[in-house]
Design a protein around this ligand. Structure first.
Ligand SMILES: [Zn+2]
Ligand SMILES: [Zn+2]
Length: 193
């Protein structure tokens, strides 16, 4: 479960692993057995409200925890926030953070989407005998998909891919991903929790 608490600017997410954080939680009189990410007061430089803080906090947590920053979609952020705001609002916030240079918005080309999909771990069906040209999974069904040029643009080359790859491809090329910009990473480095 996730909460956003604007009064103390604390985002509830996962168990903290950062030194000194428990003392800080105690000072807020918060149960240290719960899962929290404390949002630094300097977040006000980026976050104009609790939802911004929650989004930035999520990216910051990943940065501190794994130094690996995810690319997230509107839908991904919406799920992460526990559906507390409509997707429309989430999208507006992500667009604003992008406009202000904190996030980079990328849209994948057909080639980039295909490369991502082909790098998946294939999950084969026990009784499938057909092989997906992209992920190499054994499957019962192969879809005929126009690639690299869509049929609507006159493409006549076909690939035979599993329904998973096919669905994911069409989803990926119409979905924008947002990931932290160099400016936001510099900000994370300057904020010590
Ligand atoms: Zn496949
Ligand atoms: Zn297709």
């Amino acid at each position: 479960m996730q909460h956003v608490c604007s009064a103390v600017d604390i985002v509830l997410r996962q168990k903290p692993k950062i030194g000194g954080i428990l003392n800080l939680l105690n000072s807020f009189n918060i149960d240290p057995n719960q899962s929290y990410l404390v949002v630094h007061p300097r977040y006000a430089e980026v976050a104009k409200n609790a939802i911004d803080a929650a989004i930035i906090g999520g990216y910051h947590y990943d940065y501190l925890d794994r130094q690996k920053l995810p690319s997230l979609t509107v839908h991904g952020i919406y799920i992460y926030l526990g559906g507390i705001k409509p997707k429309r609002t989430v999208k507006q916030i992500l667009e604003k953070l992008s406009k202000d240079g904190w996030l980079n918005k990328t849209e994948l080309s057909a080639h980039e989407a295909k490369e991502l999909i082909a790098a998946k771990q294939p999950q084969s069906l026990l009784c499938g005998q057909l092989v997906c040209e992209w992920c190499k999974a054994k499957t019962l069904i192969l879809d005929r998909h126009h690639y690299p040029v869509p049929k609507s643009k006159g493409g006549d080359k076909i690939v035979n891919i599993c329904p998973n790859c096919h669905q994911e491809f069409h989803q990926l090329i119409r979905t924008a991903c947002y990931h932290p910009s160099e400016k936001l990473i510099q900000f994370f480095r300057s904020v010590i929790i």
